[in-house]
Design a protein. Structure first.
Lengths: 429, 434
């Protein structure tokens, strides 16, 4: 029986230079916009150079705490008034914190985009950090840290970061420690905001059913007047090399049924020349189908884990290339041996031509799905901007993926993965 | 096409129900096959069998191996998965439109031809036990399990979908195969497809692929309705950690009962809006809901609170989950919670609060409607406990709720004698490093 093709759409709907608008607002904010006339809603997103790498060691968690409290009140609106405005129209706005940037994202019905942008501008520019609200958020953060201490996955990853990024700013948890969160004062939050939040190197993206001109006017109206003369340049972080030898540590959390295991090393940054080779190679290693070779070995053949996969985390600085698995405590070492064997195979021999074809088809085929929603398009635009990929990136994507070879994947794997020099972190009973 | 347009069901001669919705906004198609089987159909000794059968559906058929099944979908760039719930089990593939035929063939094949190999069953046993153990690592799992056991003495909703460890250790290949053969048949399934296709062409292809699959016998149903609760149940669960968790659950009617809609508004007012979206679309925060304002902001008795009212075939639970503030007690938290419920029982909510709930629901629909996967999900999901009109009339039914309706359901259902109060108490133990 012949395979049927049901598709009726023949248009190329991938965002590209002809439908992405990029302008600098008068204060330097980079503003991106892409229309989606089929949609009834608007998505916004963006980032400011105010991530946790700017934390001092005695106040780890300050950047995250600051992001968490921007919406607790402004010069003209209380916490309840802020959320009343948003929730009464079914809109949402959230601000979070990563290593390099504070990121924000929001959503509203198209007619409410002005309300959403106005709110974003107010909470970014005019927060007042009310004492009572700060203490409330502090309690929430401390409870979050109590829960983290009992979470095997979080603790295994925390141990991994600490051992891998020794002597590097990435070694510290963005949400800090109990004692550092307790040490943070209202003045610290105000000072951090005053210093790091501003238009310099800020990016804002809007996707929705609008004409570019009207959206640019809105962004200019609400955010164009923001100035912060003292805002520093974005901080650069040093490069890293792989650990010199294998390091293993287990963190005991009593009375847990399962152990979480993380095994890995330094990975490429997003702009590394062989990034796409590493990306496709990682898919073969621990993603494709039911979690690639790792899933086949640890889950399917040995039945040791519900989840066992590899991941590549690549951004501005040195990334991570790691394997994660949840296993019964008595099976930890058995799973570890299987993972090491797969890593060894991965750096010893090139992947097969069939494996390459599989992951190439996968990455090319899933692109439209990732761009189905306005939020998906907004996220793609931010990635293109942050890593300077060019706005023809999505349209060149297939070509880039097709150029990857088994040899280039082997070279990328050997550049980073050494089965004899791994960080092994686990948490459980 | 309107997001809420009625989609008529089409039935093949073998009883397979089909719903097709053309959406030409992106070159994607999402196809779902829903089976009317879930943990509600399980008997003692076999708790967890429906979920295990779902895992076995990825083990291959005579025609296609497990390996090839996974690879063929992944090669196409498709997203696929399966879920087992209290009332249903579902399998979906969202694919580039030109590749959906693969999913249609795959689902037709595994509707009746899944291979049950002894070795695969044993390998999957440890995987599923590992899945359960992963959940056991979360204190909330133990609390939820104990609470459901207390809430349902008779009805099978007493058991979590993952099943009991003892049953997961004893269920055998023949049990799994029997369960599969009993519930996986075209007359016990609904197929819902949304996306970039021509309806006539799609229906012809589905007919070609599915019409020769023989209908099965009508599957047996566990019919054990729960008796009304005669007084409040309180329970505690102890375990590691530093944080006290609470779960207060009230018995509520099924999703097809008229009172379900006033209860949705009540939930929105008390603990914030919830949507039907399973795939993206985003949610709306609940910072201005009555319980959040009073318990988190005004009195600081809890760190966070949220509610949930799942849509089910039989009467189920409206749950309020909270994380206790370290400086507070569970009595403090329950006292404030009861005061807020009493307020709703004494005085109908303001019209403004209802208006806001309607607007929030409209927004959640608009967000979710952007996803073709959600669109296909809604069609099948609603058929499992009511019908698609339940979704298409959802906004109208929400808008028709009056303040008096909300007060009435608050008075009727949110009574102490109708609830279970579960508290997780940590019995602090130290951690150390090795």
């Amino acid at each position: 029986m012949t395979k049927q093709d049901f598709s009726t759409l023949k248009i190329n709907s991938l965002p590209g230079p002809d439908d992405i608008t990029r302008v600098q607002l008068k204060n330097g904010i980079t503003f991106l916009f892409r229309p989606n006339m089929n949609s009834m809603s608007a998505s916004i997103g963006g980032y400011i150079q105010a991530g946790s790498i700017y934390d001092s060691q005695d106040k780890l968690g300050l950047a995250d705490f600051t992001s968490s409290t921007l919406m607790r009140g402004t010069k003209t609106q209380s916490f309840q008034e802020i959320y009343d405005s948003l929730e009464s129209i079914g809109a949402s706005l959230g601000i979070g914190c990563g290593p390099h940037t504070a990121g924000f994202g929001g959503k509203a019905l198209a007619e409410d985009l002005p309300t959403l942008l106005k709110m974003l501008a107010d909470v970014l520019m005019n927060p007042i950090f009310p004492k009572k609200d700060i203490e409330r958020v502090r309690s929430q953060l401390l409870t979050g840290l109590d829960l983290r201490a009992q979470d095997t996955n979080s603790m295994a990853n925390l141990g991994f970061d600490k051992a891998l990024y020794k002597d590097h700013p990435y070694q510290y948890p963005g949400d800090g420690y109990i004692e550092t969160i307790q040490a943070i004062q209202v003045k610290d939050l105000k000072d951090f905001h005053q210093k790091h939040f501003g238009p310099k190197d800020m990016t804002l993206v809007v996707v929705g059913p609008f004409e570019p001109g009207s959206v640019i006017s809105l962004a200019e109206e609400y955010l164009g007047s923001w100035v912060n003369e003292g805002q520093p340049q974005a901080m650069q972080v040093p490069d890293m090399t792989a650990p010199e030898k294998t390091f293993q540590k287990h963190h005991v959390i009593d009375e847990k049924s399962q152990t979480d295991l993380v095994v890995g090393t330094i990975g490429p940054s997003r702009n590394w020349e062989g990034y796409y080779s590493a990306l496709l190679g990682n898919s073969v290693l621990g993603q494709f189908g039911m979690m690639g070779r790792i899933g086949e070995s640890v889950r399917k053949q040995a039945g040791l884990a519900y989840y066992a996969y590899s991941s590549l985390s690549a951004s501005i600085g040195p990334g991570q290339w790691m394997v994660s698995a949840g296993v019964a405590p008595e099976n930890r070492d058995k799973a570890l041996d299987l993972i090491k064997a797969e890593l060894k195979k991965f750096v010893d021999q090139p992947i097969s031509a069939e494996e390459l074809r599989d992951v190439q088809s996968n990455y090319i085929g899933k692109l439209p799905l990732s761009l189905e929603s306005n939020a998906g398009v907004a996220s793609a635009l931010l990635t293109m901007e942050q890593h300077q990929l060019g706005f023809d990136y999505l349209r060149n994507y297939e070509k880039m993926i097709r150029e990857i070879t088994p040899q280039s994947i082997l070279e990328a794997a050997r550049e980073f993965l050494d089965p004899n020099r791994l960080i092994i972190s686990s948490a459980g009973p | 096409m309107s997001l809420l347009e009625t989609i008529p069901s089409i039935f093949l001669e073998n009883g397979l129900e089909i719903k097709l919705k053309e959406i030409h906004s992106a070159p994607l198609i999402s196809s779902w096959v829903w089976y009317r089987v879930g943990s509600r159909d399980e008997i003692p000794g076999k708790h967890g069998i429906s979920h295990w059968v779902e895992h076995m559906q990825f083990k291959g058929t005579e025609k296609i191996s497990s390996d090839e099944m996974e690879k063929s979908v992944a090669r196409s760039g498709g997203a696929w998965n399966a879920f087992t719930y209290l009332d249903w089990t579902t399998y979906f593939e969202t694919m580039p439109a030109g590749k959906i035929d693969l999913a249609l063939e795959l689902e037709a094949d595994r509707m009746v031809n899944t291979t049950y190999d002894e070795k695969e069953v044993e390998s999957e046993r440890t995987v599923i036990i590992s899945e359960r153990q992963g959940r056991e690592n979360s204190p909330g799992f133990w609390l939820s399990e104990a609470l459901h056991n207390a809430a349902f003495r008779i009805h099978p909703y007493s058991h979590d979908v993952i099943g009991d460890q003892v049953d997961l250790e004893s269920i055998q290949k023949n049990d799994l195969h029997r369960h599969y053969k009993t519930y996986y048949s075209p007359n016990n399934a609904v197929m819902t497809i949304a996306g970039d296709f021509d309806k006539d062409k799609m229906l012809k292809r589905i007919t070609d692929l599915y019409q020769d699959i023989p209908a099965g016998d009508d599957p047996p149903r566990v019919n054990r309705p729960e008796n009304p609760q005669r007084g409040e149940h309180r329970l505690t669960v102890e375990g590691p950690g530093e944080t006290v968790l609470g779960n207060v659950a009230y018995h509520t009617p099924s999703a097809s009962e008229p009172d379900f809609f006033p209860l949705l508004i009540l939930d929105s007012i008390l603990s914030g809006p919830q949507g039907l979206n399973l795939f993206g679309g985003g949610g709306i925060t609940n910072k201005t809901s009555r319980l959040y304002k009073r318990m988190v902001e005004d009195t600081e008795v809890v760190i966070d609170i949220h509610g949930g009212l799942p849509a089910t075939i039989d009467p189920y639970l409206y749950s309020l989950n909270f994380i206790l503030h370290p400086n507070s007690t569970t009595d403090d938290a329950l006292k404030i919670l009861d005061e807020e419920i009493q307020r709703l029982q004494d005085t109908p909510p303001q019209a403004d609060e209802l208006k806001r709930a309607v607007k929030q629901t409209q927004a959640l629909f608009a967000y979710g409607g952007e996803s073709i996967t959600n669109q296909a999900f809604w069609m099948g999901f609603s058929e499992m406990f009511a019908n698609y009109e339940w979704v298409t009339n959802y906004l109208d039914n929400i808008a028709a709720v009056t303040p008096d309706d909300v007060q009435r359901v608050a008075q009727g259902y949110l009574q102490p004698k109708n609830r279970i109060v579960g508290i997780y108490h940590p019995h602090k133990k130290g951690n150390n490093n090795q």
